[in-house]
Design a protein around this ligand. Structure first.
Ligand code: ATP
Ligand code: MG
Ligand code: FE
Length: 345
């Protein structure tokens, strides 16, 4: 069983891991229950930590019950939970529940890293995970990772130095008065716009910039300036063109750096994860550039790109199967848990 509560989704997932046989190294899905508080954050234009924590408290036990019923089991053989990174108060709810259930059932407890879960979940659909580069893009994260195996520490190649990519979508949507979350609306509008209409900046792509890091706050500011300038000069803003040009800039930088990492490291598999990989242009540009570079692209189904419990169950199962010792029931949540810590002892 995997429990996830690092942001605004309360997730409980249950999987069965195959240690041997033809499906070795993969899991069958038994339950996938998610309750999201995304609607409660809409009027604030972003996730409000206090609201998320309260929503987790209300949702955790019912979500747990639904998952057990869906899997038709009384108890799992082990419980895994996201111990970090994430919102402090939100993490506490899932971790407290996971510890209580693990103790009551007398089963081992694994406190695992949320980011590894985004990579691990792809094995459900696409089989055992080879050495890969992972690009995680969501409202809270933008990371470029090198993964040698799901049970081993993940190496962070780069991350955003300011806004996350999904956050940039949310902020730009807000500038345009389009509501929250911004990603899906901008994606839809962009389909009717011209991605070459406005030359928005590609942050951190200069020769002196860090090879694998990202920056999206300059892009957001450039969009704000563009809107201000148009309004001042009385030129109507073509929202679809702004959306398409902004989206193109984000997709361009994300995929450019991912391909760069794959080529530098000599790795031939790219995995995408995080809610912003639902973006149609990020997907299509990743497909184009991976095909051109001879790289296999693996993208989980959209439901499993956003936060969920199954990703934590899958990661926990791989870690448990590797023979790692379970975590202590006293292990503490870590909102800033580094990606190199796959399991907190
Ligand atoms: P975490 O950062 O912990 O993974 P989160 O709740 O911030 O969690 P997700 O739930 O994975 O992130 O994804 C939500 C984010 O994805 C929002 O910022 C949203 O705008 C963005 N998003 C969703 N769909 C799209 C899309 N089609 N295009 C671009 N961004 C999108
Ligand atoms: Mg979310
Ligand atoms: Fe996430």
């Amino acid at each position: 069983m995997g429990i996830e509560s690092s942001c605004d989704e309360t997730g409980v997932g249950i999987v069965r891991y195959h240690e041997s046989g033809p499906a070795a190294g993969t899991c069958d899905l038994l339950a996938d229950e998610v309750a999201s508080s995304v609607d409660e954050h809409a009027r604030f234009g972003g996730v409000v930590p206090e609201i998320a924590s309260r929503a987790h408290l209300e949702a955790i036990v019912p979500t747990m019950r639904r998952a057990l019923a869906a899997a038709d089991i009384e108890r799992p053989d082990a419980v895994a939970v996201t111990i970090g990174p994430g919102l402090a108060g939100a993490l506490l709810v899932g971790v407290a529940a996971a510890k209580a259930y693990a103790a009551a059932w007398g089963v081992p407890f694994y406190a695992v890293n949320h980011l590894g879960g985004h990579v691990a979940v792809d094995t459900l659909e696409h089989g055992p995970m080879p050495e890969c580069v992972a690009l995680l893009v969501s409202g809270g994260h933008t990371h470029l990772l090198e993964v040698s195996s799901l049970a081993e520490p993940i190496v962070e190649l780069g991350s955003t130095v300011d806004d996350a990519a999904g956050e940039a979508f949310d902020k730009v949507a807000r500038l345009l008065g389009l509501g929250y979350p911004g990603g899906p609306v901008l994606d839809r509008l962009a389909a009717q716009g011209d991605p070459t209409a406005i030359a928005f900046p590609r942050g951190m792509t200069g020769p002196r910039d860090a090879r694998y890091d990202f920056s999206f706050s300059g892009l957001k500011t450039a969009v704000a300036r563009y809107i201000e300038k148009s309004e001042r000069s009385g030129t109507p803003v073509v929202v679809a063109d702004v959306a398409a040009s902004f989206q193109e800039a984000v997709a361009d930088v994300l995929t450019l750096k991912a391909i760069r990492a794959l080529e530098d490291r000599g790795i031939d598999t790219l995995v995408l994860g995080g809610g912003a990989t639902a973006n149609s242009r990020i997907r299509s540009l990743a497909e184009e550039r991976c095909a051109a570079a001879g790289v296999t692209l693996r993208v989980p189904t959209p439901r499993r790109c956003t936060d969920n419990g199954v990703m934590i169950a899958t990661l926990g199962a791989h870690i448990a199967a590797s023979g790692a010792s379970p975590s202590a029931l006293t292990s503490a949540t870590d909102p800033g848990l580094p990606v190199s810590t796959s399991l907190v002892p």
